[in-house]
Design a protein around this ligand. Structure first.
Ligand SMILES: NC(=O)c1ccc[n+]([C@@H]2O[C@H](COP(=O)([O-])OP(=O)(O)OC[C@H]3O[C@@H](n4cnc5c(N)ncnc54)[C@H](O)[C@@H]3O)[C@@H](O)[C@H]2O)c1
Length: 272
């Protein structure tokens, strides 16, 4: 039995936990949710309706019987809780892949997971094609280019605009607002660029992932076009993602990718 704790009851955490609470995956049960003490969502009420425990301290989740914890709370939470949870005997799913920009954290995460024979899972999140990239990498290094197109409102507030003084909301036509490698993208757009980090982690290098961000007032949805060049061939993937119902800056697909990861873990058949 896979017993799951979920950290964060925002767009992703709520969607993941509510799905598990509805017993959507045979052999998987929701045991606990963790939220912030003064979260706008009443985690005690949620826990009652989902028949699980509520806590404001994610490190108590193994006490609820959880053997798999999903982090859906932010890069700081991923860095704070993932390693202690591994040490407490849990496997960990990290949704805030922005945390993986910190190479010291990544090195320690891998070292601890190996030492305690636990696993860290990074769902594909808002994108697809990770399986193809990993296969292509068996032929040698890959070059990845991701072009993300978002409405200006979905980009506003990013540090890139604060430091450059650019008013992204003033654009009347589509404009490329950033081009650089994945590491630079994360510094300028920390809350938007889980995609770049997931790709960089798959490709094994920040430098092999070029990121272009387009602010497009006419964009109805966020899109990601991923182009991969490898010795084995080329690959192009285009994602058109509907936003999460409760957080327009988050994608619905990202929550679904965590649920699909858990379903794969519970299944005797592994595809991809
Ligand atoms: N991998 C991907 O492709 C992908 C896609 C979308 C979002 N994300 C990431 O997933 C994370 C969650 O996204 P979201 O849209 O649900 O965000 P959200 O803002 O809707 O929800 C985050 C929730 O976590 C809670 N939280 C923060 N710190 C906490 C802590 N220490 N303990 C307990 N709760 C805590 C907040 O109160 C909030 O309710 C973000 O880091 C986001 O960047 C990843």
């Amino acid at each position: 039995m896979i017993r799951v704790g979920v950290i964060g009851t925002g767009a992703l955490g709520h969607a993941i936990a509510s799905s598990l609470a509805a017993h959507s995956i045979p052999g998987v049960e929701l045991t606990a949710i963790a939220g912030r003490p003064y979260s706008p969502r009443d985690i005690d009420a949620l826990a009652r309706s989902w028949d699980c425990q509520a806590t404001t301290e994610p490190l108590t989740m193994p006490g609820s019987g959880a053997n798999l914890v999903v982090e859906a709370a932010g890069a700081d939470a991923a860095k704070q809780y993932a390693i202690p949870l591994l040490q407490a005997g849990c496997d960990v799913i990290i949704m805030s892949t922005g945390a993986l920009a910190d190479m010291e954290f990544v090195t320690e995460l891998k070292r601890v997971a190996a030492a305690v024979s636990r696993r860290v899972y990074l769902p594909s999140g808002s994108i697809a094609g990770i399986d193809g990239i990993l296969s292509a990498m068996e032929s040698g290094p890959v070059a990845v280019r991701v072009t993300t197109r978002k409405r200006p409102e979905a980009l506003a507030g990013a540090p890139h605009f604060t430091t450059s003084g650019i008013d992204v909301l003033a654009f009347e036509r589509e404009t490329t607002v950033f081009e650089g490698n994945a590491q630079e993208a994360v510094a300028g757009f920390p809350s938007n660029l889980n995609v770049a980090l997931t790709l960089a982690t798959a490709a094994g290098s920040f430098d092999r992932v070029r990121v272009r961000i387009i602010a497009d007032p006419k964009a109805e949805f966020t899109t990601h076009q991923i182009e991969v060049v490898a010795k084995s061939g080329t690959m192009t993937v285009e994602m058109v993602n509907r936003p999460s119902a409760s957080n327009p800056r988050s994608s619905w697909l990202a929550a679904l990718s965590a649920i699909a990861t858990i379903r794969r873990l519970a299944s005797p058949l592994r595809i991809g």
